[in-house]
Design a binder for this molecule. Structure first.
Ligand code: G1P
Length: 294
């Protein structure tokens, strides 16, 4: 069995401006937009909690303080719920709350790319492997995506990226990996490319926004080299890291919703609404009528 250090910390980059969702995101961070009745970022934190993450490092920016408030106690609200006997609502607040001292917030300061955001977490993460979760991407599956990755990591060690399959027409929007030797639950990666030009992607396996990375990545990112879109890219740093350390892909079997796009966000709302027994009948009925009349 490969010796692996436990993945205790997760980095969540939440500094993006959310321009694709204006005017909704003028005063509300895009990570706080709701899928059914939970903010997008809460789905991602819950996925990380289920995978055993103990500390959450948010890389934030200006106008993001409500994210910090969301993951804190709201004394008056909780007292009112308790007084009114609203135990279900109270429990829903308690279940999502990271433990005291289990969150850190640091600011990216300048929008220099995802790789730069990750690098901003270097001191808080320190010298240990960590998870990286992009809150735009919301996963739907019985076993959380990160839990499946941790299972693979415990077998093969090294670095892991989760991949989903996309329509080849959409490959230019993502980081794409090349497929090598099969593993139980995934495969070895032969290469990676960030936002390949149309028609040049090595496969249709795209990096879906979940990573397990060794701390060496910070050293590579500190060189601050620019890549696609003139931004400091995690994918480029991973490609360099792959020269010296194993990289594997975890083939995620569930659905990935890109909530950074309007279509993905709307589909996530529909899918998670249909998962909820309390609202499913009316939503399903309404959707059937809408589609029949479309
Ligand atoms: C980032 C990553 C990309 C990945 C994508 C998933 O791109 O750089 O490799 O496929 O997230 O959402 P971004 O969405 O920040 O352009």
């Amino acid at each position: 069995m490969t010796m692996t250090r436990k993945i205790r910390k997760a980095v969540l980059p939440v500094a993006g401006l959310g321009t694709r969702f204006l005017p909704a995101t003028k005063a509300v961070p895009k990570e706080m937009l709701t899928v059914v009745d939970k903010p997008v970022v809460q789905y991602v934190v819950e996925e990380a909690m289920a995978a055993g993450i103990e500390h959450f490092v948010f890389v934030t920016g200006r106008n993001k303080t409500v994210i910090e408030d969301h993951f804190d106690i709201q004394v008056e609200l909780e007292a009112t719920l308790r007084e009114r006997g609203k135990t279900v609502e109270l429990k829903s607040l308690e279940d999502m709350l990271p433990k005291a001292g289990a969150t850190s917030f640091t600011r990216q300061q300048a929008p220099l790319g995802l790789g730069h955001a990750v690098w901003c977490a270097r001191d808080i993460v320190g010298d240990e492997p960590f998870a990286l979760l992009l809150p735009d991407m919301v996963m739907r599956d019985k076993v959380g995506c990160l839990s499946g990755m941790v299972e693979l990591y415990n077998k093969v060690g090294g670095n892991i990226v989760a991949v989903s399959e996309c329509d080849p027409e959409l490959a230019h929007k993502y980081g794409i990996v090349g497929k090598g030797e099969e593993l139980d639950g995934g495969f070895r990666i032969t290469g990676m490319v960030e936002k390949p030009a149309k028609g040049t992607a090595p496969s249709n396996f795209y990096i879906n926004g979940r990573y397990i990375l060794q701390p060496k990545i910070f050293e590579i990112l500190s060189k601050q080299e620019r890549g696609a879109g003139n931004e400091i890219q995690v994918t480029d740093a991973m490609l360099k890291l792959a020269d010296e350390q194993p990289f594997s892909a975890y083939a995620f079997g569930g659905q990935t919703y890109d909530c950074g796009s309007k279509e993905g966000f709307i589909l996530a709302n529909v899918a998670f609404a249909l998962d909820r027994e309390d609202i499913k009948p009316l939503v399903a009925d309404g959707l059937r009528h809408l589609i029949a009349g479309a």
